[in-house]
Write a protein that binds this ligand. Structure first.
Ligand SMILES: Cc1cc2nc3c(=O)[nH]c(=O)nc-3n(C[C@H](O)[C@H](O)[C@H](O)COP(=O)(O)O)c2cc1C
Length: 220
């Protein structure tokens, strides 16, 4: 009897250790494939189809689609100046895009065209309060680095960060319309403090909005 109990305990210890080992495994940076900068629907058609959707399939986005989406959102479209697909106040380029997926959270690096590992594990639920956030494979979190907004008052920082995220979000909307993807920009984020801690952002970085993206739920 005693040896049976010991065996059960040993098995439990091994299982817990294995789970901890898997959980502690380092999330790796991802080099994105070069974004596809041609094709898609004509602009007027994409504008006609732009809309908010709140019903998502669980299917993941291919890495190529993720690369194209992030480039459309806020990638570099003029290599000589490093300027981007969305305008930013005084070219501050202060908006950072966190890419939150089931397997982990990354920071989009437009210059390196890569995703920098931020945190392993599924943080999607922390990005909002609505029920569609978890079936959806991708949630973006837009964060303003106010340390780049030199000389702006706090009011102006809020105004310009909001405006700059708006342009990026609309790029995402138009990309999604063009690719037949579903999306919703979200002010409803929930506990920003907890999310900021999970994203490991410093005090001068402010969470502005989030945006959910995925394939439309079948039949919606
Ligand atoms: C700044 C901003 C914040 C928003 N926040 C949310 C949100 O938290 N949750 C949500 O479901 N929709 C949110 N929306 C989406 C709006 O409800 C949606 O754009 C509006 O109903 C118009 O629909 P349309 O985008 O299809 O034209 C937000 C839109 C904007 C511009």
């Amino acid at each position: 009897m005693k040896s049976k109990v010991a065996r059960i305990c040993l098995t439990a210890i091994i299982m817990v250790s294995l789970a901890n080992f898997a959980g502690a495994q380092e999330l790796k940076d991802i080099t994105l494939p070069a974004p596809k900068m041609e094709g898609g629907k004509p602009l007027m058609q994409a504008l006609k189809e732009r809309q908010t959707s709140r019903a998502y399939d669980t299917k993941k986005l291919p890495l190529q689609t993720l690369s194209d989406l992030l480039w459309a959102a806020f990638g570099i479209n003029r290599a000589d100046s490093g300027k981007r697909t969305a305008p930013s106040t005084r070219n501050w380029q202060e908006i950072e895009i966190f890419v939150v997926m089931e397997e982990g959270t990354y920071l989009y690096d437009a210059k390196a065209n890569s995703l920098k590992a931020v945190a392993s594990g599924d943080l999607r639920k922390m990005t909002g309060t609505q029920e569609f956030i978890v079936p959806a494979p991708l949630n973006l979190v837009f964060v303003a680095d106010t340390s780049k907004m030199k000389g702006a008052s706090q009011d102006d920082q809020s105004l310009y960060a909001g405006a700059d995220v708006g342009f990026i979000s609309q790029n995402v909307y138009l990309f999604c319309a063009s690719e037949g993807l579903a999306t919703v920009v979200r002010g409803m984020i929930g506990d920003k403090k907890a999310l900021g801690e999970a994203l490991k952002i410093t005090a001068e970085k402010k969470i502005i909005l989030a945006q959910t993206i995925g394939y439309p739920a079948v039949g919606k």
